[in-house]
Design a protein around this ligand. Structure first.
Ligand code: GN1
Ligand code: MG
Length: 346
């Protein structure tokens, strides 16, 4: 979906009390929502929630509230982003077109990165995401509802890929021939996933579920992880989802947007640093069986993203924001390349 708009509806600006002189600019590189920086009396992050993807925005708000309230009591020192209420005390405000908007305080002197440049950065990111799950380890997971059903269900994602493939125009199938072949060659990972889930060896925890490297804020000076952001998919899940998406987005020296596959590489030292960072927080909470599942995490999440990008390409790019027609195919191609490397090295 092409999405370049960055105007704020008058009713939203009024609800949050922005002055008419507030400066609005685009922020971040997320594929789903529209995120804006508002420079007014204070600096704020304004987000238009993509309700076509997140059909239950109130569930997101509720899950986040549950986590925030728990953390405030049990880990008061932990920085967890809470939304700013509008002038009437609402967390989500609906524009006249039906899209919900929300506001966060801008956490200053921080930055995001799209690819990791050092082992320290990888360690910090993984420690940051591990700490979130660890701090929420005492919460009752049954209070949370999924914001997206079957989000990381590899079996279901493979079926979606097959459905899109069956309905895709032959020209697109031809263009994606090599990627389709490669995607099918990794079907054995779906079987491994199903077996792992069925074995009941993974504990259900509150996981972030979108731990790509640009969803964590680093201190601009010290480089330490300051806080995790993009909490739309904070919901019950398995550790492999969080560790896996970190592996997917950190071990490679270039981002998932890379067009030149010769630049896709596996950095062993970064992989090791990620595992160290995550386990420094989570090891004592994980079973022996979970520790054995660690090497599966990165493969599973890289595969699921390859399938999702490829499926979106075949269906005509209705889900992820794209800036050129082949972008989802390019993403799928580099993810499949990375998957082959992970398969060799981990
Ligand atoms: C989407 O919103 P964003 O860009 O952080 C997607 C993730 C993918 C990611 C790939 C709700 O995340 O699952 O890993 O793109 N989020 C949703 O860049 O589908
Ligand atoms: Mg997101």
């Amino acid at each position: 979906m092409v999405n370049k708009q960055h105007t704020v509806p008058v009713e939203i600006a009024q609800a949050f009390g922005f002055s008419p002189h507030a400066k609005i600019s685009l922020l971040g590189s997320g594929h789903i929502h529209q995120t804006l920086l508002v420079e007014d009396k204070t600096k704020l992050v304004l987000q238009r929630v993509n309700k076509n993807v997140f059909t239950k925005p109130e569930t997101i708000a509720r899950n986040n509230r549950l986590a925030a309230d728990y953390l405030a009591i049990h880990h008061p020192e932990y920085l967890f982003p809470r939304t700013v209420h509008d002038l009437h005390g609402k967390e989500l405000v609906y524009a006249n077109d039906g899209f919900p908007w929300r506001v966060y305080p801008l956490i200053e002197n921080t930055l995001t990165v799209d690819f990791v440049t050092s082992t320290e950065q990888a360690f910090e990111a993984a420690k940051g995401f591990g700490l979130l799950t660890r701090n929420l380890s005492g919460i009752d997971c049954s209070l949370f509802e999924p914001t997206l059903d079957r989000f990381h269900d590899l079996q279901w994602r493979y079926e979606q890929f097959e459905t899109e493939l069956a309905g895709a125009p032959s020209l697109l199938v031809k263009q994606a021939e090599a990627e389709i072949k490669l995607a099918k060659a990794f079907l054995f990972l779906v079987q491994q996933y199903n077996a792992l889930i069925k074995s009941d060896s993974l504990t259900v925890r509150i996981t972030h579920n979108d731990t790509k490297i640009n969803n964590i804020l680093f201190d601009a000076v010290t480089g330490k992880a300051v806080c995790v952001i993009d909490l739309d998919t904070l919901m019950p899940g398995f550790f492999i989802y969080d560790l896996g998406d970190m592996v997917r987005t950190c071990v490679c020296p270039v981002s998932e947007e890379e067009q030149d596959v010769t630049r896709i590489a596996f950095r062993k030292e970064v992989y090791d640093a990620l595992l160290d960072g995550y386990l420094s927080q989570m090891k004592n909470y994980m079973s022996e069986q979970e520790l054995q599942a660690v090497p599966f995490a990165g493969k599973m999440m890289t595969y699921i993203m390859a399938l999702r990008f490829l499926a979106d390409y075949l269906r005509g790019n209705t889900y992820y924001t794209i800036h050129y027609p082949e972008q989802n195919l390019v993403r799928a191609r580099n993810q499949l390349h990375l998957l082959q490397l992970l398969h060799q090295h981990t």
